[in-house]
Structures are given as structure tokens and as C-alpha cells.
Design a protein. Sequence first.
Length: 209
Amino acid sequence: MNNPIIMDHPLIQHKISLLRDKNTGSKEFRELVSEIAMLMVFEATRDLPLKEVEIETPVAIAKTKVISGSKLAFVPVLRAGLGMVDGVLKMVPAAKVGHIGVYRDPETKQAIEYYSKLPVDIAKRDVIIVDPMLATGVTAVDAIAKIKEKGVKNIKFMCIIAAPEGLEAVKKEHPDVQIYCAACDQCLDEHAYIVPGLGDAGDRIFGTK
């Protein structure tokens, strides 16, 4: 299932080029991340179920469709995932938002969880986990596992840029989770940064470096 769906829409690809540029400042970087997330979630929600309803227009009764079935929740992986939240909520404003704080220990390369706050009805919702970067896949694998522990059956993972190593890690551990990304880069360097990537997404979003 989770061969990545790579979103090659021209608007997304154009914005990623601006995102990669080392001269792009924090304000523009934040705006671009939010805009890309908004465009990506359009495709990631393509399979939402619909039901037919009757609506009275100013002219006549119309048979039309609305979203039905499972409700949605977005779960950003802190902290960089926060940069994608505004964009996805613009498209699905009724969705709930949970938060998972996980980081990769620089020495052991293991996932360390430091925060988790999820909607109380998370088990009844479809969940889209958002994080701008999928590098080693360590934090993504752990975040998905935490969501599964809550009883969630339908999980998607949405990132902007992915490395082959991260895609393989998620595919191996969570073959039932569909991955959506906007670019698959070459590899990881010795510091586990995506090459060519865009640097540290969290630092560039929040201006901390």
C-alpha cells in the first residue's frame, strides 16, 4: 500500500524550490510550508467517503454530496510538524488536532518521546500525521506506533521531503500506512540530514538558527 504517492503538481514543485533556497527567510519559509501542506492535503483526502443530500438552492432542490463516515484528525510531529497545521486546517477546519513530541537521539539514533496529547475520540477518527521531513524514519515509525496504540485503524503519513531510507523504514514497520510526499531526495548524509533537502525544517520555520 505505502509506496509513496509523490505529488508532482507544478504549484507544489515551484514552492518546494523556494523552500529549498538557503536565502529564504523564516517568514516566507513558514508561509511556503503552510501553502504546500494545504495543497498536499487536497490529494491526501481524495478517498474521503461521500453521501448524497438534498440542498435547497435559491432556484430549486439540488441533489449533491457531502463528506460522510469517519471524522479526521491531524497529528503534527513536534516541532516542525506545527508548520503544516494551519495549511491543512484551512482545507479541513472541522478536524481535530493532536500533538506528538518525538525526537531522534543524536547519539543512539533512537526515538525519544517527550510529549503526547491526542483527541479523546482519536480511535474513531482517520488520522493524518504531518511532518515536513522524513529522514531516517525513526520518529515517523514511533509516532505511527503511538497512534496505533490508541486503536486508530486508518493512518496516513504526509511529509514534504523524504529520503529513501525513511520511506523504507516506514514501509517495513508500517506497511498499512500510506505515505504522501512532495519530493523524494537522494540520500542521507553522515549527520542524517536529507540531501539535497532544505536543512533543519524546525530551525527554518521558527528562526532558531
